[in-house]
Design a protein around this ligand. Structure first.
Ligand SMILES: [Zn+2]
Ligand SMILES: [Zn+2]
Length: 111
């Protein structure tokens, strides 16, 4: 059983060639099993570390996220990680998610 490193929800696994892709149905985060070491650990807030420490045995690695300049609605910090949700709902466009670098708050961009 795998869990999303962002929101802690259970993720779905999907085989893709020789690797397995995990997709979070809640926030859309995806990562690949067996990818290199975790590079983002030092950037994760204490609160998220608690969550991850609970589930880390079930997570191999997850890909580092790019950052963008956007204001956090919670703390006002101007930098956040961003990623795109690949929704299976064809009636909806992909949704952009952000996670504050400073406080770890996650929000989505409504278009
Ligand atoms: Zn998630
Ligand atoms: Zn923030």
């Amino acid at each position: 059983m795998r869990f999303c490193p962002i929101c802690g929800s259970r993720v779905r696994s999907e085989r893709s060639g020789s690797s397995i892709i995990f997709t979070c149905p809640k926030c859309g985060y995806t990562y690949k099993a067996g990818e290199s070491e975790v590079k983002e650990e030092s950037l994760i807030s204490l609160k998220e570390k608690e969550v991850i420490s609970v589930v880390e045995s079930s997570i191999d690695t997850y890909k580092p996220l790019p950052t963008t300049t956007i204001e956090c609605p919670r703390c006002g910090y101007m930098k956040a990680y961003c990623w795109i949700s690949q929704t299976e709902d064809i009636d909806r466009d992909a949704t952009k998610f952000f996670r504050c670098v400073r406080c770890g708050y996650v929000w989505r961009e409504y278009t």
